[in-house]
Design a binder for this molecule. Sequence first.
Ligand code: GMT
Length: 382
Amino acid sequence: MKIGIVCYPTFGGSGVLATELGMTLSQKGYEVHFITYQQPVRLNFDPNIYYHEVSVPTYPLFEYPPYESALASTMVNVIINNKLDLLHVHYALPHASAAYLAREILKKQGLDIPFITTLHGTDITLVGRDPMYSPVVAFSINESDAVTAVSNSLRDETYKTFSIERDIQVIPNFVDIQRFYKSNKEHFKQMLAPKGERILMHVSNFRKVKRIEDVVRIFSKVRDVIPSKLLMIGDGPERQKAEEMARSLCIYNDVRFLGKQEEVDEIFSISDLFLLPSETESFGLSALEAMACGVPVISTNAGGLPEINIHGKTGYLSNVGDVDDMAKHAIALLKDEILLNQFKKNALEQAKRFETANIIPMYEELYKEVVANYKAKKEIIA
Ligand code: GMT
């Protein structure tokens, strides 16, 4: 089968997930065509992988170059040139509406193919519900040939937010446990925590929704009681504020802002706890990757987080903004070596439920079904 994958190519979870999905499918013999405005960060070479860059021509008239039109046109060209069977778009905005447009353009030529939309999170819970986008999001979800959501919470939220007339299948995110596992990085740990301090960490795109100032506040409370270090991985608009807060709390020397990192698994390997105090989080892929490396998670109970982080087993859940509660849980865990080790084991066991081999067949099944139904529908119409 030949599949076109459309996603954001940056460090965001939806792009990472889409890239891992495409790479796994290519290893299973599928021909995978990535259609993005930049090469996806985690994309490696494979003979079955093709990369098509969406370039957006500018013109002095355009204050906002029409990316969606350029994307739809690129989809049309790639589908025709490569005879694709299916498009799978990740993140509704504007990928699903561009796919709808491409499908309708191709219909006129008898070359149309079905498209699947995977909803990831902020395309529903934050950006997508803005009235400036919501009519298009709802329309393109309803027009998709199949829709998936990465958690039950996100599926329910989609039904609550929009007028949706179709099924949404939950296919949870997955983690490659061949890549994400606890490896021996003692030398590295020695450098960052030379006196045997505990290591807490956070990974995100440092957007408001991640509440990274809460990460710093939680850490400060933990550090008051337990010698520890905080590693902050990623970058984004809230970084400066978090750095200022670390300085004002006089803990800056124990906080390392490491910026965007590709080898996050190595950093997970030396960490004792992962902090994710998000305002909303449809799934929390970074938490799952941490758990695969045996790192327990201290998080909020927002969105889909309770579906992966089991309270009192793989970590703890607290209400959004309850920094005291999250700090209390972190301290209790870090103080009790036996409990911490048990949680580390539980985290790994829980992550295994979401390993690649368990989830990819759900997508393969869906692809087969969607392509077969679409062909059958076309034959009836013909
Ligand atoms: O908004 C973001 O944080 C990025 C966004 C994305 O699409 O890149 O992340 C969302 O998708 C991830 C992959 O499915 C999920 O693991 C994240 O929980 C989700 N983020 C939010 O819901 C805030």
